[in-house]
Write a protein that binds this ligand. Structure first.
Ligand SMILES: [Zn+2]
Length: 82
């Protein structure tokens, strides 16, 4: 089963269908071009795939498909001090 090792040490598996740690992303522009009734398979092919680490909340986005390395986005506690 495919997986990645998050920088926090948690191994995130993404072979399950559906995957509890995977999110599907589409740009607003790309979605807008899918006019009318949408075939789910066609729409699915337009999505980028994102994994959210269930331990630390960081994001891993496969912008160029699962055959290319994902981009890592570190989750940081926001500083809400005025
Ligand atoms: Zn993590």
């Amino acid at each position: 089963m495919p997986s990645i090792l998050c920088k926090c040490g948690k191994r995130i598996s993404y072979g399950e269908i559906p995957c509890k740690d995977e999110w599907l992303l589409i740009s607003d522009l790309d979605f807008d071009q899918q006019m009318g009734l949408i075939e789910s398979e066609k729409l699915y092919s337009r999505f980028d795939h994102m994994l959210k680490c269930p331990t630390c909340g960081s994001l891993w986005v496969f912008w160029d498909g699962f055959n290319e390395p994902p981009t890592y986005y570190l989750w940081l506690e926001p500083d809400l001090t005025p």
